[in-house]
Design a protein around this ligand. Structure first.
Ligand SMILES: [Zn+2]
Length: 243
């Protein structure tokens, strides 16, 4: 195997490592998005529950008010029964009448507040059903993501072992150093020089001298002679070609 061929093999593994690393970064993000969506659905459910609590409190409040008014009427009537003068008796009758009006209004309010209860409960049921349905889907999705993360990590580990092996097969430190430096800035690093004499990385037409060097390199490789680095004059990628 020529040094360029061994570098291309290394590059293939590095390409896979890059893909896996991108996926590994992306997977938790996709999971977080789904969780955020579910927490929105959960917030709707919480709001529906708070709405029901509020409606219940209103009913209870009117109930307590009505009871207090009933007690007051009872108290007025008891006092009235013990009165001697007609005038006082009438004054109490007027007061009892006023409080009775208040009681009627309060009881009407209580009935109106009770009318809100069924719709509050319906809202909860709907929100709960939506939450349950969404949660099932989100749980399954997250489990799938977790599984994928585990398998990506496992493959990444295998690839890294493979990479170490492939890197050892590149038996020219010059090539290796050049490749390692460039791969942080340019990807892929090793590209063919097309038959039109164009760098396959940046698509710049190369001067004829580059084409000649690439051909000479390929010939040297085929004959088992040492190869030299032929780089694109624009992007610096390592160029290779067939004889
Ligand atoms: Zn180029």
């Amino acid at each position: 195997m020529t040094v360029v061929e061994s570098l291309i093999e290394l590059q293939e593994v590095d390409g896979r490592i890059r893909e896996l690393e991108v996926e590994l970064k992306d997977l938790p993000r996709r999971k977080a998005l789904e969780m955020a969506r579910l927490s929105g659905v959960s917030a709707d459910l919480q709001a529906a529950k708070a709405g029901q609590e509020y409606a219940n409190q209103r009913v209870k409040g009117y109930e307590a008010d009505a009871q207090a008014l009933k007690d007051k009427i009872q108290q007025l009537k008891t006092t009235q029964a013990g009165l001697k003068s007609n005038k006082e008796y009438q004054q109490y009758s007027i007061q009892i009448d006023l409080v009775s009006h208040d009681l009627e209004a309060t009881e009407n309010n209580q009935l109106a507040a009770m009318d809100d209860l069924p719709s509050a409960e319906k809202r909860i049921n709907e929100a709960q059903a939506k939450f349950d349905a969404e949660k099932g889907g989100v749980d399954a999705f997250c489990a799938e993501i977790d599984e994928r993360i585990a398998s990506v990590k496992a493959e990444l580990e295998e690839c890294k072992k493979d990479r170490a092996e492939k890197a050892r097969s590149v038996n020219d430190p010059k090539f290796m150093l050049y490749y390692e430096r460039l791969r942080m800035k340019r990807w892929p690093v090793v590209v063919p020089l097309t038959h039109d004499g164009v760098c396959d990385g940046c698509h710049l037409v190369q001067p004829p001298s580059v084409g000649q060097l690439v051909s000479a390199n390929a010939k040297n490789g085929a004959e088992g002679k040492p190869q030299s680095i032929v780089a694109c004059t624009m992007c610096g990628r390592i160029l290779y070609g067939d004889i």
